[in-house]
Design a protein around this ligand. Structure first.
Ligand SMILES: [Zn+2]
Ligand SMILES: [Zn+2]
Length: 128
């Protein structure tokens, strides 16, 4: 199975609406258009209809991620695009992580992180 087909399967798993016959197309922005946040690929439905789903992360990187998450990117009058990005799971409870420990770099959700301390570092700094 091609990388793009595997990614389509993953995107359907997280609830994105990709009809049968959808394709993920690599975007090759021209040099002038290349900027921070430019998409690496975007999704097209049957007949070439734009599905307004894409990501600045390369397909391979998303496939390697343990979990995927999405966020809405509002783009003016056109409406909103759905951007896919790699999400990390909380190491303790397995739910979606919202933060990572600055000391051990382990991802945690907010609930578990409030309970995560390192010997000798005291409680998470409150001076920042
Ligand atoms: Zn947790
Ligand atoms: Zn830690």
């Amino acid at each position: 199975m091609k990388a793009s087909e595997r990614l389509i399967a993953r995107l359907r798993e997280i609830g994105l609406d990709l009809p049968e016959g959808s394709r993920l197309v690599r975007v090759h922005p021209s040099r002038a258009m290349r900027n921070e946040g430019a998409w690496s690929w975007s999704a097209y439905g049957p007949g070439g209809r734009e599905l307004l789903i894409g990501s600045q992360y390369p397909m391979a990187e998303l496939l390697a991620a343990e979990r995927l998450d999405t966020m809405q990117v509002v783009s003016g009058a056109v409406g909103s695009d759905t951007e896919v990005f790699p999400a990390k799971a909380c190491q303790r409870c397995g739910r979606l992580a919202s933060t990572a420990c600055r000391i051990c770099r382990v991802p945690f959700c907010a609930t578990c992180f409030s309970d995560h301390h390192h010997e000798g570092y005291g409680t998470p700094a409150s001076d920042s």
